[in-house]
Design a binder for this molecule. Structure first.
Ligand code: F6R
Ligand code: ZN
Length: 186
């Protein structure tokens, strides 16, 4: 049986002391995500492999809801800011909420039909992700980007489509500022 609980989230580090699910994605594991393969190899050679983002989740058995945090390190590969893999949910009726607690970024969203949207991620902004919109978060600032996420426990992650085709839009740095551009490789 699920029981009520008050779960502390550190909005600066993203740590959730009571989290019972954790994983880290290193830059090296994200080969293929970034368009500039030479920049990717140069980054790994010069900076070494290290965490790109960490996910902590809180799940209670039998509950319909899970939540947790994602903590994204700042950085760039070529002109692309550090980003998550991006996914649809397996269950097409399941949306999600991202509540940014620190740092700055952009949430790239797209439908299977080709519609795209961007939502700014900044402290205090709650991003609503409707059902069946693919979502990828991008850290566009110099600090870690920390956001809490809340979704259905059985939503599931479908990475296949984004992994093989990328997303329609890229978040890149142009003249020292963020630009959202069409992905020429899509
Ligand atoms: C869960 C969710 C987030 C992401 C996390 C990492 O549905 O959207 O917890 O899973 O931010 O992103 P991905 O999974 O795209 O690597
Ligand atoms: Zn999701």
């Amino acid at each position: 049986m699920s029981l009520p609980a008050g779960i502390f989230i550190n909005g600066v580090t993203g740590e959730v002391p009571d989290a019972n699910e954790h994983y880290i994605k290193t830059i090296g594991e994200l080969r293929g995500l970034y368009r500039d393969v030479t920049a990717f190899d140069t980054y790994l050679r010069d900076c070494g492999d290290g965490p790109a983002y960490a996910v902590a989740g809180y799940r209670q058995a039998d509950s319909d809801i899970i939540f947790g945090t994602t903590t994204m390190q700042p950085g760039k590969i070529g002109d692309e800011y550090f980003m998550t893999r991006g996914h649809y949910h397996v269950r097409r009726d399941c949306g999600e909420v991202y509540y940014t607690q620190s740092g700055h970024g952009v949430l790239l969203l797209q439908t299977r039909e080709g519609e795209t949207r961007e939502v700014t991620m900044a402290p205090g902004v709650c991003a609503f992700i409707p059902p069946d919109w693919a979502h990828r978060s991008v850290n566009t600032g110099p600090e870690p980007l920390v956001f809490a996420w809340f979704c259905q426990a059985t939503a599931g992650h479908d990475y296949g489509d984004i992994l093989s085709h990328g997303m329609r839009k890229l978040a890149v740095e142009r003249a020292d500022t963020l630009a959202i551009v069409a992905n020429p490789g899509f």
